[in-house]
Design a protein around this ligand. Structure first.
Ligand code: SF4
Length: 128
């Protein structure tokens, strides 16, 4: 048996039409994935936009908290005298944000934690 006889069974004939068909399928798959990717990117952009909008509202709220903590008549020497916060940890305040008075009342140090003032209904402007 010659070397050529051994090689013959391994030869495959491939039609150019089959290859063109395969390439078209691959191109369709690629287009599909590109469209999907583009849709995903668009969704991520929209979510990011929502997060930015929420953040900007939080920034505005923070600024208002600082302003209220400085201009409220109940804020004396950086602490709020209107509220007695008996269990500060329950509302997320650490011990360093609270000052304990002689009568055992607990006042929030709004100078350190002005966010406490953001939604406070007891705000009253200081009168000089
Ligand atoms: S705004 Fe409310 S929390 Fe802030 S100092 Fe005034 S009374 Fe206290």
């Amino acid at each position: 048996m010659s070397i050529e006889d051994n090689l013959k069974p391994s030869i495959m004939l491939i039609s150019p039409t089959d290859i063109e068909g395969d390439i078209k399928k691959l191109e369709e798959q690629l287009r599909f994935h590109q469209e999907q990717e583009s849709n995903n990117v668009q969704k991520v952009k929209e979510e990011l936009q929502k997060i930015w909008e929420t953040l900007s509202w939080l920034k505005i709220a923070e600024v208002q908290g600082v302003w209220k903590s400085k201009t409220c008549r109940h804020s004396l020497n950086g602490r709020c005298n209107a509220w007695n916060v008996s269990e500060p940890e329950r509302i997320g305040l650490s011990q360093d944000m609270v000052e304990i008075g002689n009568d055992n009342t607990r006042h929030v140090i709004v100078e350190r934690f002005p966010n406490f003032c953001i939604a406070c209904p007891l705000y009253e402007v200081k009168r000089s």
